[in-house]
Design a binder for this molecule. Structure first.
Ligand code: HEM
Length: 223
């Protein structure tokens, strides 16, 4: 895909969306997501996925805390988005109280986390790319996953097991996403920096796809 196809004056939020569209489709087309949405995976696979998310959101949210006052990344850091506590409740429900002793990051998750941490340390605008890729996705397609998880494993609606997908403090997700996109449109970055953010965003999608691939391999389709 041509990632340089910006018409002058295209709002950055639109540019980001259009230049990552193919990567979004790629992530969505991963067999793990397909099997999850078709109800073809056990609760263990879902829990395993939730564990990987816990590593990613710990990294995102520790980084967010450190960048709260950063002029570029700071405006994106919003408490109502925080997911770590919700993931911990879900994991306690899915795995039991001792879950922390049993979880490990997949190699793809470890690489993803390392990159988020590196961006947070060295390049706040790169952190914005990771922030956008996860949180705007959770506010959008995440709801499809929640719905399917509730149906497949009988979790209480918007309750334990799927709390990660429930943004209690965001009453109007569409309005929140609009405001978020406005923030993207005014991000303090020149064209070259915006292109670098686009590239990092594409990379963020690739990290997600890589995690899905490894999860898929962990749960072979039985013959
Ligand atoms: C079950 C799989 C998924 C489904 C069904 C899905 C669906 C959607 C839908 C319908 C939208 C458009 C929402 C809108 O216009 O407001 C969207 C947006 C988005 N999704 Fe996904 N998605 C999925 C997986 C993912 C994954 C794995 C990621 C990356 C980690 C992701 C990242 C995003 C982002 C960043 C947006 C916002 C695009 C923008 O408006 O700028 N999605 N998704």
């Amino acid at each position: 895909m041509d990632t340089t196809a910006a018409t002058p004056g295209t709002p950055f939020s639109q540019l980001l969306r259009s230049t990552t569209h193919d990567k979004h489709d790629e992530a969505n087309a991963s067999p793990f997501i397909g099997r999850l949405l078709a109800g073809g995976l056990g609760i263990g696979a879902y829990a395993h996925y939730t564990e990987q998310l816990w590593y990613v959101y710990q990294a995102l949210e520790k980084a967010g805390e450190a960048l709260r006052n950063d002029p570029v990344a700071g405006p994106f850091v919003r408490d109502e988005l925080l997911r770590t506590a919700e993931l911990e409740r879900d994991l306690t429900f899915l795995r039991g109280e001792g879950w922390r002793d049993e979880v490990t990051p997949l190699p793809a998750t470890a690489a993803y986390v390392a990159r988020v941490e590196e961006c947070a340390r060295t390049w706040p605008a790169g952190f914005v790319a990771h922030h956008y890729t996860r949180y705007l996705g959770d506010l959008s397609g995440g709801q499809v996953i929640r719905d399917q998880a509730e149906k497949t494993w009988g979790f209480p609606r918007k309750g334990d097991g799927v709390r990660f997908y429930v943004f209690e403090r965001i009453s109007n997700p569409a309005a929140f996403k609009r405001t978020y996109r406005e923030l993207l449109d005014t991000v303090n970055a020149d064209d070259l920096e915006k292109q670098r953010i686009v590239d990092e965003c594409r990379r963020a999608f690739d990290f997600n796809s890589a995690v899905f691939w490894e999860l898929n391999e962990a749960y072979p389709v039985s013959a």
